[in-house]
Design a protein around this ligand. Structure first.
Ligand code: GLN
Length: 204
């Protein structure tokens, strides 16, 4: 069965994510068709959803004005996987401490925008991520820091004493940009581990 992945493309370049989803799908023996989403009406047809980085204030404004915001919330509430990265995490969170961001609240965490960016605009760090055997090369770009983590959410990775990757039910959210390295394991973790488990024969 071909899975339908939607990459929210209201702002910024999303081709790296589309490529990473394809590579992760192949690594899990899955066929995936990827669609870039700029208008309402497509999210309901998607099995998987990616909320990429960019500028969270602009992404938030466009998601609401285009009518895509409620579709994303419905998708997550239906238990379908979402990967939200960097500005995507900011939008997905419950609170970003910024009135210009109208949060979706699909990941039960609070975030602080640009918290890592003040020291260094961009850096790469080898991250131990729960569910991955070897460290993941995480690229941080003016990255948000996760503050409070709600009871239902699980911390998957920390950097410098702060959570930088979490899972809240079907939603995986990261402070960093997993699409900027050839390593697609984070996309695999967010999208295909669950579907693999769901389709595995009983007893495995
Ligand atoms: N600093 C951006 C914001 O607050 C996020 C940066 C990113 O997505 N790389 O929206």
């Amino acid at each position: 069965m071909t899975l339908h992945a939607g990459v929210i493309a209201v702002q910024g370049d999303v081709t790296e994510h589309a490529d990473a989803i394809g590579r992760a799908g192949r690594a899990h023996g899955r066929e995936v068709a990827v669609t870039e989403i700029r208008t309402a009406g497509t999210v309901p047809d998607c099995d998987l959803l990616l909320l990429p980085g960019g500028e969270s204030t602009a992404i938030s404004r466009l998601l609401h004005s285009e009518g895509i915001a409620t579709e994303i919330v419905d998708h997550a509430e239906a238990g379908k996987p979402v990967l939200a990265t960097c500005a995507g995490l900011i939008v997905a969170a419950t609170d970003a401490g910024d009135d210009r961001v109208d949060n979706l609240g699909i990941a039960d965490v609070t975030v602080e925008r640009n918290a890592f960016g003040r020291q260094k605009d961009s850096f790469e760090a080898p991250l131990d991520v729960k569910g991955l055997d070897d460290p993941f090369p995480a690229v941080f770009i003016r990255a948000p820091r996760i503050g409070e983590v709600g009871e239902g959410a699980e911390v998957l990775a920390e950097w410098d004493g702060h959570p930088v990757a979490v899972r809240d039910g079907p939603v995986v959210a990261t402070s960093f940009h997993p699409e900027l390295t050839p390593d697609s394991r984070l996309h695999g973790l967010a999208f295909f581990e669950e579907t693999d488990r769901a389709s595995a024969p009983a007893g495995e």
